[in-house]
Design a protein around this ligand. Structure first.
Ligand SMILES: Nc1ncnc2c1ncn2[C@@H]1O[C@H](COP(=O)(O)OP(=O)(O)OP(=O)(O)O)[C@@H](O)[C@H]1O
Ligand code: SF4
Ligand SMILES: [Mg+2]
Length: 335
């Protein structure tokens, strides 16, 4: 199976709190929030990989690094065989896009729908716009006409009617419509990968299902790869081929969705899933105990203070993510 992304030992450390010049002058040591701490994974092309974990586990940070909105502190990201760096950002950006949780804040509320969608192409650097210009030339039409066609096509692919919405401002649309516009804005560039960060969780339940179905259709039709961040285990079950469970900046379990959901190996995943699926509690629920501080992580296995199976070794030695076939788990129970 070909891989679209490979993340190798990714760390993302943010500086905690605000730092002033005085802190540097007085050489006050920096304190770091370890949002991601040694994440390695491979994302297969054309598949949906769901990322689950409780709040603060590093899901959005991983998504932002994938689309180059954040740069990792350490480790490598390989995209389609190319190492992502300053000189190769556009090799990623032209193929990848991100849809955020809250469409109302991710899009300019005063812009017209057609401009929002079209802007995605207009914002490409000159080099990257060339393929669209060449297409217009080869078809003997102007770039403006081609853009209108592309905008129309993308808007209809997300289930909206172009003539009804083209001149509306984003603020005049419902939440579900705005999220569809955000998706249209992403797919107009013909990406290979979409990072979807809780794309339905800000929407009403009835609308969530509609948007989810559109995403499922688009993934199949356009042969997209999704990195799908979600709190909702039922959504992960519905949409994903693989599930990654993140705990305090580390992957603790990664495998085919059905196996992770029906036979979870890691105690954290088992506890997350112990209350699902029911219609009342389908969100990723934190197991009892406190989420560890990312500034001062527990020694050994970072889940040990909350783990019902904790052993002596767990308190001092951090278990590595071990691979068994296409399954990975980081826990001393599976040594
Ligand atoms: N710019 C930043 N500066 C400092 N700390 C940050 C920054 N961005 C994220 N963090 C911290 O990194 C950790 C991981 O954040 P992230 O947003 O990736 O978590 P998440 O899993 O997406 O959480 P949620 O489910 O709440 O969206 C959190 O502790 C967060 O406070
Ligand atoms: S390594 Fe130990 S503490 Fe960590 S999850 Fe496994 S059994 Fe629990
Ligand atoms: Mg997040």
């Amino acid at each position: 199976m070909s891989e679209v992304y490979r993340f190798e030992d990714i760390q993302k450390y943010y500086i905690a709190g605000k730092r002033g010049i005085l802190d540097d002058l007085l050489k006050i040591p920096k304190v770091y929030v370890k949002a991601l701490d040694g994440v390695s994974l491979s994302v297969p092309a054309g598949k949906v990989v769901a990322v689950v974990g409780e709040s603060g586990s590093g899901k959005t940070t991983l998504g932002k690094i994938a689309v180059t909105l954040e740069k990792q502190t350490g480790g490598k990201v390989i995209f389609n065989g190319i190492e992502v760096g300053k000189n190769t950002y556009w090799d990623v950006r032209k193929h990848v896009d991100m849809v955020f949780q809250n469409p109302a804040t991710s899009l300019n509320p005063k812009m017209k729908v057609k401009d929002i969608v079209q802007e995605s192409i207009m914002n490409l650097p000159v080099e990257e716009k060339k393929s669209f210009e060449e297409e217009a030339k080869s078809r003997g039409i102007s770039m403006e006409k081609l853009l209108v066609e592309k905008v129309k096509e993308s808007i209809s692919q997300v289930g909206l009617i172009y003539d009804e919405v083209k001149n509306k401002q984003a603020r005049e649309l419902s939440g579900g419509q705005v999220q569809r516009v955000a998706i249209a804005r992403s797919i107009i560039k013909h990406p290979d990968v979409l990072v979807l960060d809780e794309p339905t969780s800000a929407l009403d339940e009835s609308i969530q299902a509609q948007v989810l179905n559109i995403l499922v259709d688009l993934q199949e039709k356009l042969k997209l790869t999704y990195i799908f961040i979600t709190h909702n285990i039922l959504v992960a079950r519905y949409i994903s081929d693989y599930i990654i469970v993140l705990y305090a900046g580390k992957i603790v379990e990664y495998g085919p969705s059905e196996e992770v959901l029906t036979k979870p190996l890691h105690p954290y995943t088992q506890l997350l899933l112990s209350s699902v699926p029911t219609t009342e509690s389908k969100d990723v629920k934190p197991p009892v105990g406190d989420v560890p501080s990312l500034i001062n992580l527990p020694s050994g296995c970072r889940f040990h203070p909350r783990c019902p199976f904790v052993m002596e070794k767990c308190r001092s030695v951090d278990p590595e993510l071990r691979t068994q076939g296409d399954y990975q788990v980081a826990c001393w129970l599976y040594e």
